[in-house]
Design a protein. Structure first.
Lengths: 107, 211
């Protein structure tokens, strides 16, 4: 049994309308981010809000444009949890040290 | 001779008899590359965020809303538009419409080239007019230059590789050498390049707006 022949079978994806709607959503979030930058929030608040909005955009791109929403769950489980775990490990070093160093600065 | 029990075992998704992920090896390879490249960019962006927060008052803010942020927002829209044309190319390839697939892929390449052109214009402006270099700048923490040129440069390299990759696949697909799967795998790479910019733009540009 050829796995490739098996795999290349077309699977249903999003329609053109849905993809265009996702694109409009991505552009709208981009403008929201620019608006927030214009509002002059505190850097730590700004960083948090921007990262959350970027994660939402990444989810939209991966789900629809990169088709992950329409793939088998086993593929999603192979790729996403390990990646998120590795990124979380990077943040373990980030939070206590970044804020400690910020407070140690001479004022 | 086929053993019925063995055949039944091979039919199981986790036994190796079938593709457990129901995708081809090229697509799986590209996904694994994307995960590893995501971690590369994550390390860079997280270390940047660390430096950005800890150097807060001295961190240069070289991007006024107009023209710098308006310019980089235009770059973002161009890259997003090229992702949409890539989606159209993949959809056309799945209908076996070779002419439209190549047309949408060329449109994607134009988007990529336009993005690179705009980005290089911005770099030239920063280097020659505002005197920002990798090792220093007139506004504050010298680390800014290494971070800005390092991260945006690595991303721009990905865009340029993507444009070359698109060209090779478009020609090959147009001549019947490559399949719809090759176009889809190419699309995954291109969307990844777009996805990375969705983090680079807010974190690098919007965190350093000059008021």
């Amino acid at each position: 049994m050829s796995s490739d022949a098996h795999a290349v079978e077309a699977h249903a994806g999003a329609s053109v309308g849905t993809n265009v709607a996702i694109w409009v959503g991505l552009v709208a979030i981009t403008f929201l981010e620019v608006f927030l930058a214009y509002e002059q929030l505190q850097p730590s608040v700004m960083l948090t809000v921007l990262v959350v909005l970027s994660v939402v955009k990444a989810g939209m791109i991966m789900s629809y444009f990169m088709h992950l929403k329409f793939e088998k769950l086993s593929l999603v489980l192979l790729l996403i949890p390990a990646m998120i775990f590795c990124i979380c490990m990077m943040f373990i070093f980030f939070f206590p040290e970044a804020f400690r160093l910020l407070q140690m600065r001479p004022h | 001779m086929h053993d019925v029990k063995t055949d039944a075992a091979l039919d199981s998704a986790w036994s190796g008899g079938k593709s457990p992920f129901a995708i081809g090896s090229k697509k799986l390879g590209m996904w694994l590359f994307i995960v590893s490249d995501t971690l590369t960019f994550s390390v860079l962006l997280i270390t940047y965020s660390y430096s950005r927060l800890t150097n807060n008052p001295d961190w240069p803010r070289p991007f006024p809303i107009f023209p710098a942020i308006a310019f980089s927002t235009t770059m973002t829209i161009v890259l997003l538009a090229s992702s949409l044309t890539m989606v159209m190319a993949v959809m056309a390839s799945q209908r076996n419409d070779r002419k439209k697939t190549v047309m949408w892929m060329v449109a994607t390449m134009v988007g990529g080239l336009l993005f690179t052109g705009l980005h290089l214009t911005e770099w030239m402006n920063m280097i020659f007019k505002e005197h920002f270099t990798i090792t220093g700048n007139p506004e504050g923490t010298p680390l800014f230059g290494a971070v800005f040129f390092g991260i945006t440069g690595l991303h721009m390299t990905h865009v340029m590789i993507g444009v070359i990759y698109l060209g090779i696949v478009a020609v090959g697909y147009g001549r019947g050498k490559y399949s719809a799967e090759d176009v889809e795998v190419n699309g995954l790479y291109w969307h990844f390049v777009d996805l990375v910019w969705m983090f680079v733009f807010p974190l690098i540009y919007l965190m350093s707006v000059k008021y």
